[in-house]
Design a protein around this ligand. Structure first.
Ligand code: ZN
Length: 273
């Protein structure tokens, strides 16, 4: 290939990586543009260069980004659960992808509910999934467009060991999504006869749920606490679970037709005051 062709290809590659990282992590693209040549100064080996750059990226997203996000009005959710704040991501990927930012009221509401849960059911930890990006209210966070304002956070259900109801376990999916508590025969499903492109059914994946069982008591207690909290604006949960778990509340809704399913997690919306 001639020189202009090579330059063109290199530019296209840079743009593609930048756009992909930006869509996935919001600030990953710009950080990558700034740091991508640093690794080369320390080693000629590609793997070492990548490791150095990855280390710098981690350092930036764990130290600089939270400070800047706070200036813009968003805070990071806890990364490691402690006794004081029994909240953590289901996977560290949510942190690496900068998807654990919310506005302060959403964070406080979640932490207060988690503290109450762990006081009543010792050993409980609330695992969150996608929250929001660190900056800008109108920046789309794919595939959850309703998370763009930093006022929404997805939370996994609670589980227990097959033979020990007191042994708390996090949800079976390593990323929190896709292993769900699907509708049983005869349960209420308002959109059953109207297929939606956004509603995925991974029946074959359910095999990976293994032996852990949904902890109905803990999950219901946690949901009720959130619904009773005056800061909570709305919660989304699949319609059949409202009835199965016996929860009725004006803030509890089920998603409309063209939306992702909500029987593998709940969607909490806390409007910032
Ligand atoms: Zn959500």
């Amino acid at each position: 290939m001639n020189r202009p062709g090579k330059i063109c290809l290199k530019t296209l590659r840079t743009v593609l990586i930048f756009v992909t990282l930006t869509l996935l992590t919001q600030v990953g693209g710009i950080i990558w543009l700034c740091i991508r040549k640093i690794g080369r100064r320390f080693s000629e080996k590609r793997k070492i260069q990548i490791a150095i750059n990855a280390g710098i990226y981690l350092m930036i997203i764990l130290t600089v980004v939270p400070i800047l996000a706070r200036i813009g009005g968003r805070v990071a959710l806890p990364i490691i659960a402690t006794k004081k704040t029994p909240v953590e991501p289901r996977s560290f990927l949510f942190v690496i992808f900068n998807r654990h930012y919310v506005k302060p009221d959403a964070r406080d509401t979640l932490i207060d509910a988690a503290r109450d849960l762990s006081a009543t059911y010792p050993g409980s930890v609330v695992h969150y999934l996608d929250g929001g990006f660190p900056f800008f209210d109108k920046f789309p966070m794919l595939p959850h467009l309703s998370h763009s304002r930093g006022e929404a956070v997805d939370v996994a259900f609670m589980y227990h060991a097959e033979n020990d109801r007191n042994k708390y376990l996090p949800c079976p999916s390593m990323i929190g999504y896709w292993l769900y508590e699907g509708p049983k025969r005869g349960e209420y499903q308002p959109y059953r006869s109207r297929p939606s492109k956004l509603r995925w059914d991974f029946e074959w994946l359910q095999f990976f749920k293994g032996s852990r069982r949904l902890d109905r008591e803990r999950t219901r207690y946690f949901i009720r606490h959130l619904l009773e909290d005056s800061r909570t604006s709305r919660m989304l949960l699949e319609a059949h679970l409202h009835r199965r778990w016996g929860i009725v509340h004006h803030k509890l809704r089920f998603q409309q037709l063209n939306a992702a399913r909500h029987d593998d997690h709940l969607h909490l919306w806390v409007k910032q005051r």
